[in-house]
Design a protein. Structure first.
Lengths: 984, 363
């Protein structure tokens, strides 16, 4: 290996030497970076002058580097211009025909007008609202594609290259902060702290990252340290018609003072509802405080703490039937009136403070080491209605809808048109008498609770908690051994214990709620013990626990995740040619620690004996003869992780760059993919494996004459992904767990962006395109179990129609009716196969933008966006043979087409515009505004997401199943965001 | 321009604050006001249960007149033996209201006084055949013709037709003791017998050593097809009139236990004169019965009141389903007194209790 490398180096060097001999040998090179965070600036224009005459110009590459060769010895005046940065001017001396290495040329941002408010993006983080994925944030203002797509596409939940958000590494001061349990991006931890968290290093795709190995869906490292916060006071007020009424923010940064200390703070409040979705509101605050001391530019110690405490009411998805009846695609079923006041049942309430200590050691220009310790703790609760032996209080419950009474197709067996009329009236008429049917009828819930004889609440508001205690340590160093070689390496360790439980938030007029499982009670009528959520309490006290406000109930367990990895990365810099390769190796372990002994899964007692109550043995065993346990530690699951990445780039001339990346990643499953039913028991997904990702991309870039362009083609194969979902299965008449494994995905596509200056000074046009083909390409295996008994329904069988479904050959009979011919073996003849696609993002996204900036700080932008090839999340049940066969067990071509087909969402066109202006008063005060007008055409039919329900309707002839309608989320129509700010 | 901007931002802030105030009051403090209690209404009843029953002739009657019945709720679905339905009664008798929602006791508890606005509803009979009458009840029109009435089910429909009496207090009805002589005949209705559908007590009943259960092999298939049915009844396996069932009913768990014990292996699949030729035992595979759906089942336990047979019907979903019938009752040394709703089904007398406490064992 070493030999090969040496040989390669020698070869390359000779090549360059040969090239160099034909021209003057002198030159200058370096990397243009942002003073804040040393983020490379691509596309910076470098002009070399001698006596006021331009000798040479070039623009920096994607990684901020530049190289000007063929210079004669002498002193040059070098001017560096970059959009939104203050011009930088230095003298450069080239002598003895050497290439002068300037290392870093740092520039200060002059960007006073910032329309792109990432806060809005991070607030879309709807881990609530049944929505599991954050929008992809990849913000690199200098890459045309990402600057247009990163913010502009977030409204339709565009996912870069189709990857889910878990694959996007989000780092804070070098610590990977993706949720340890789910892998989701953690943006909500600092929402509202835009000023403090503005400085960040971002890479895209597979590109190398400085303080980590990086991954295949980019890395965002939020620097978060006070010396990276912009100096001075900043105040802003923002109003947004699609999110919250008002945001107020203030920040201050001291900058580095003479004593080496810098400090900063940032506070904000986000308040109110919006014009589009009723019941949604914010009552969120946030704070940030940081202090840092610089010891002689060698050591820098920083202490930072921040949090975004508050609560917000969430939105819910409904079926199109409900939206149509309500005449509003933004209908939200989560709220209702309580004594005339609007109340949302689904409120996320969080207070998760993060504290970090960072030490950076830079003894000289060629060495840096850093260590960060970060602790995240606090509470994260999400409320929901809970009820016991009472009708479902959700207004859009399917039995409340007209379609439940009558359907056009009589095979549904829904024939009562008179009853349909009542349901239709209930939903289509509006006004006070109908509010209690179309929204949650809180008043009635109180009535029911107050009417019980002993104060037992039938309806209550629970709060589902995932409270994390997350301790992280990251260390990194880099050493520049020569101009040509730099070694970077690091270590990361994490221990996260997430307490999952339900807490009684509000008894809604009653005195207590009983800690029993009503579904277990139904299935085990004779056994009071089996219905217990907390069997130990029951055995000790002889009765189920009466839950008062603030008590824990339902389920209670710790999810414990521990992981460590080491990474090492090598950067070779041969001037025009750069090579990087690195790898990481890690070890993950995770387990569940049950804190409740659930009646259904009593397991063994502390002495290893069966649990017996009133002569009945409660202990149950699985198919392998092991007791099914709910309390205590599960088996520890171990996984080894591995990653390898290499990048190479070559600069041709002064304007062209080509780059290629290759990576392989073997990632451990997340906690949520590991346990079949983490709420109730220690049972592990039987087919658990690492998920492997093979990925590569190739890029061509052009920077010159003010034109900035990039085209990247990528290919990614994801193998052996696992997934666990839980749902009510009508065919089993039970709540079931669906553990899938061996899910493979292929992501192929291109992304391209170009920005060109137009005839008018300050006017530019940009165009971006992301064109992908993200498909499922394996037949996953599934194990389905009954949640209440751990009984197997499906034992590791293929989900046959997951990746595609067949269309069979049809022929017409003489009478015009259609039949499906069979081959000699009696099988239907496959005519074509319909591919199923990775969901949750438009696979085609394009935008065209016009930007105009004046010297008097006005700016205008208009952009048009087009999205297509977006698919709805597939539910695996509908792709099983069982669901396609129907109750009669006979699969017909019609049933497959109906049941297994994936829903493609309609394509969309959106038009947005923005305008802004800022004024300087006496050079020290700066006041300005920006106004963004989104979805100007008021397109009200944009589906941003949703999901298929998992339920089945048995046909009247018992020969097939019908699907429940899918649920959708829609985007707001025309909306604005106005931001007014004042800075000094 | 700057001044304009400053004024504009001040106005903007003011506007934002004003619109915040309203939507924010409860959100901010989390002090949601306590709702006032539901009031009910006052209507003038013009019908009795017997009169409503009298409207019924031979088939379902859609009521399209302002007829209002007042009654008191005599059943509860809390223990789960009544499901999605309730009975109301007055001096003249009792009648079923086919509500079609679960957890009815939460809104219409035992002893609740109700008005039923009959206009728009349907009066029909359930469980009628050639051998006798079933029960007249109040429901909604059923276009399928499967039943004479459908469940009301829809909230708006219920709220417009089933109305709480304003200012009424809960007065759970007292049971009336009914003698064998007073029992209804197979062609009685609530018009002709005032004890039908009413909350009554029957005394001194003797266990008759006979049970009736209808099992389905697969409830997702046509449950009316004989190939899907197994009757656990004396006519299926001669000499085994109880199928070994010693509980009042059976939950899914209890049913699985009975089935897998092999006790039912001789019972034939089919009904009447149509049998498939298979027995439940034929479905046995490694001690389990994959072709037989495990579910909760209602059980009819037969009792004798003097010479009259009365079936005590109990749901497999009720909380007392799996309780064992006391040995003294099974062996005939003790009689029982039953309190509950007396009904007719195909001319046979049936009895449904609200809770297990409605069975009194006379040791």
């Amino acid at each position: 290996m070493k030999k090969t490398l040496t040989l390669l180096t020698v070869l390359l060097l000779t090549t360059f030497a040969a090239l160099a001999q034909t021209m003057p040998t002198g030159g200058v090179k370096g990397t243009v970076v942002n003073r804040q965070g040393r983020i490379p600036i691509a596309g910076a224009e470098i002009t070399l002058l001698q006596k006021g005459v331009t000798i040479e110009t070039c623009t920096t590459a994607q990684d901020g580097t530049f190289l000007i060769e063929g210079l004669a010895d002498g002193i040059y005046d070098m001017i560096v211009n970059a959009e939104e940065f203050i011009q930088s001017r230095v003298f450069v001396t080239v002598d003895k025909g050497f290439i002068k290495d300037m290392f870093f040329i740092s520039m200060t941002a002059e960007r006073v007008v910032t329309i792109t408010d990432e806060d809005v993006v991070s607030d879309l983080d709807m881990a609530d609202a049944s929505y599991s994925d954050n929008p992809t944030i990849m913000f690199d203002a200098n890459d045309v594609f990402s600057s247009v797509a990163g913010y502009g596409f977030s409204s339709v939940r565009f996912k870069n290259r189709g990857y889910n958000s878990e694959s996007n590494d989000v780092l804070l001061a070098g610590i990977k902060l993706n949720d340890a349990i789910t892998g989701y991006s953690p943006y909500s931890l600092w929402s509202g702290l835009n000023e403090a968290m503005r400085a960040k290093e971002t890479t895209l795709g597979l590109d190398p990252h400085f303080t980590s190995l990086g991954r295949y869906n980019g890395v965002t490292n939020i620097l978060a340290t006070p010396y990276n916060v912009r100096k001075g006071w900043r105040f802003s007020a923002l109003s947004n018609s699609a999110l919250y009424r008002m945001r107020l923010m203030a920040s201050y940064s001291s900058g580095e003072m003479d004593n080496g200390i810098s400090y900063a703070f940032n506070v904000s409040a986000r308040l109110g509802g919006n014009d589009w979705v009723k019941g949604v509101y914010y009552r969120s605050f946030s704070y940030y405080a940081g202090i840092s001391k610089n010891f002689d530019d060698v050591h820098r110690l920083s202490l930072v703490t921040f949090a975004a405490p508050g609560e917000r009411g969430a939105q819910n998805a409904s079926t199109q039937e409900v939206y149509d009846l309500m005449g509003d695609n933004m209908y939200n079923s989560n709220w209702g009136y309580q004594a005339g006041k609007m109340r949302n049942s689904r409120v996320r309430r969080t207070f998760e403070p993060v504290t970090l200590l960072e030490h950076v050691y830079t003894p000289n220009d060629s060495f840096e080491s850093g260590i960060t310790i970060l602790w995240r703790t606090g509470k994260n609760g999400y409320s929901a209605l809970d009820w016991y032996d009472a009708p479902d209080p959700r207004p859009d419950y399917y039995r409340n809808l007209p379609s439940y009474a009558y359907m056009e197709d009589d095979d549904y067996g829904r024939l009562n048109h008179d009853k349909y009329d009542w349901a239709y009236e209930m939903w289509s008429q509006h006004g006070k008498p109908y509010d209690r049917y179309q929204h949650i009828d809180w008043d009635h819930l109180y009535d029911v609770n107050r009417a019980t004889t002993d104060g037992r609440s039938k309806y209550a508001l629970e709060e589902r908690h995932v409270d994390q205690n997350d301790i992280n340590i990251a260390a990194h160093f880099y050493k520049r051994f020569s101009n040509r070689y730099m070694l970077r390496s690091g270590f990361f360790g994490r221990y996260d214990k997430a307490r999952n439980y339900k807490k009684m938030k509000d008894l809604l007029g009653g005195d207590y709620f009983l800690n029993v499982d009503q579904f277990a009670e139904r299935d085990h009528a004779a056994s009071e013990a089996m219905a217990q959520n907390d069997l130990d309490y029951f055995l000790a006290n002889g009765e189920a626990q009466k839950i008062r406000q603030g008590d824990l109930y339902g389920y209670n367990y710790n999810a414990v995740v521990r992981y460590t990895f080491l990474w090492i990365d090598n950067d070779f810099d041969f001037g025009r040619f750069k090579l990087n390769f690195g790898l990481s190796q890690g070890y993950n372990s995770l387990w569940r620690e049950g804190l409740y002994r659930k009646g259904l899964f009593a397991g063994l007692d502390d002495n290893g004996k069966e649990i017996v109550y009133k002569g009945e043995v409660l202990t149950r065993y699985d198919a392998q003869g092991n007791p099914v346990t709910s309390k205590g530690m599960s088996e520890i699951q171990h996984f080894y992780t591995f990653a390898f990445k290499t990048n190479a780039s070559y600069i041709i001339g002064s304007n062209h760059r080509i780059a290629a990346n290759v990576g392989y990643f073997s990632d451990a499953p997340t906690f949520n993919q590991t346990f079949i039913s983490a709420r109730t028991r220690n049972t592990i997904n039987p087919n658990l494996t690492n998920m492997r990702t093979f990925t590569s991309d190739i890029t061509y870039q052009y920077n010159g004459n003010g034109v900035n362009a990039r085209v990247t083609a990528f290919h990614t194969q994801i193998v052996d992904k696992c997934d666990v979902t839980s749902f009510y299965d009508d065919s089993q008449k039970s709540y079931t767990n669906f553990a899938m494994s061996k899910i493979d995905q292929q992501h192929i596509g291109v992304e391209a962006g170009i920005r060109v200056p137009l005839w008018l000074q300050g006017l530019t046009a940009s165009a971006v395109l992301s064109y992908g083909d993200y498909t499922y390409n394996s037949t996953p295996m599934v194990t389905q179990t009954i949640d209440n008994s751990a009984e197997l329904v499906i034992d590791n069988q293929p989900v046959k129609y997951w990746q595609s479904h067949p269309i069979y050959k049809q022929e017409k009979m003489d009478d015009g009716s259609i039949y499906y011919p069979v081959d000699s073996d009696g099988n239907y003849i496959v005519e074509k196969t319909v591919q199923h696609y990775v969901e949750g993002t438009p696979q085609i996204a394009a935008a065209l933008a016009l930007n105009y900036r004046t010297n008097s700080y006005w700016f205008f932008e208009v952009n048009a966006q087009y999205f297509d090839k977006s698919y709805l999340d597939m539910n695996p049940l509908y792709r099983t043979e069982m669901a396609c066969a129907g109750p009669d067990g006979i699969i017909t071509p019609q049933e497959i087409t109906y049941m297994a087909s994936q829903i493609r969402l309609p394509s969309q066109f959106l038009l947005n515009a923005s305008v802004g202006k800022s004024w300087y008063i006496k050079r020290t005060y700066n006041i300005g505004f920006s106004l963004e007008l989104k979805n100007i055409l008021n397109n009200r039919d944009v589906i941003t997401g949703g999901y298929e329900q998992t339920r089945l309707i048995t046909s009247d002839n018992y020969d097939r199943y019908y699907k429940f309608d899918p649920k959708y989320f829609y985007m707001s129509g025309f909306n604005y965001m106005l931001n007014i700010y004042f800075r000094f | 321009m700057k001044k304009i901007l400053i004024i504009a931002s001040a106005l903007f802030l003011l506007g934002a604050c004003t619109s915040l105030k309203d939507e924010f009051t409860p959100v901010f403090t989390f002090n949601y006001p306590e709702p006032a209690a539901e009031q009910g209404e006052t209507l003038v009843p013009n019908m009795t249960v017997a009169e409503v029953a009298g409207l019924y002739k031979t088939g379902p009657v859609d009521i399209r007149r302002e007829l209002i019945l007042e009654g008191v709720v005599s059943t509860t679905d809390q223990p789960g033996n009544f499901y999605k339905t309730l009975y109301i009664q007055d001096e003249t008798g009792g009648i079923e209201l086919k509500m079609g929602r679960n957890g009815l006791y939460n809104d219409y508890p035992l002893g609740q006084h109700l008005y039923v606005r009959l206009n728009g509803l349907t009066v029909g009979m359930y469980g009628k055949n050639n051998s006798g009458n079933g029960m007249i009840g109040i429901g909604f029109t059923d276009p399928t013709g499967d039943y004479e009435t459908a469940f009301l089910e829809n909230k708006l429909l219920i709220d417009r037709h089933v109305i709480k009496v304003k200012g009424s207090v809960l007065t759970p009805p007292e049971p009336v003791v009914v003698t064998e002589m007073e029992l209804p005949y197979k062609n009685s209705t609530q018009k002709t017998n005032h004890f039908l559908g009413k909350y009554v007590t029957l005394k001194g009943l003797k266990y008759a050593d006979e049970t009736f259960v209808l099992l389905y092999l697969d409830s997702k298939q046509d449950t009316k097809s004989y190939t899907n049915r197994v009757f656990l009844s004396p006519s299926n396996v001669p000499g085994d009139p109880t199928a070994g069932i010693t509980t009042w009913a059976m939950s899914k768990e209890k049913m699985t236990e009975y089935l897998t014990s092999g006790r039912w292996d001789a019972f034939r699949v089919g009904s009447g004169n149509n049998y498939t030729g298979k027995t439940l035992g034929d479905y046995r595979e490694d001690g389990s019965y994959p072709g037989v759906e495990k579910a909760a089942y209602s059980v009819s336990q037969y009792f004798k009141m003097g010479n009259t047979t009365i079936q005590l019907r109990t749901s497999g979903y009720c909380k007392f389903a799996d309780l064992e019938i006391p040995e003294s009752v099974l062996n005939g040394t003790a009689t029982v007194d039953l309190t509950g709703i007396l009904t007719l089904y195909q001319g046979n007398l049936q009895f449904t209790i609200n809770d297990i406490s409605d069975i009194k064992v006379n040791e």
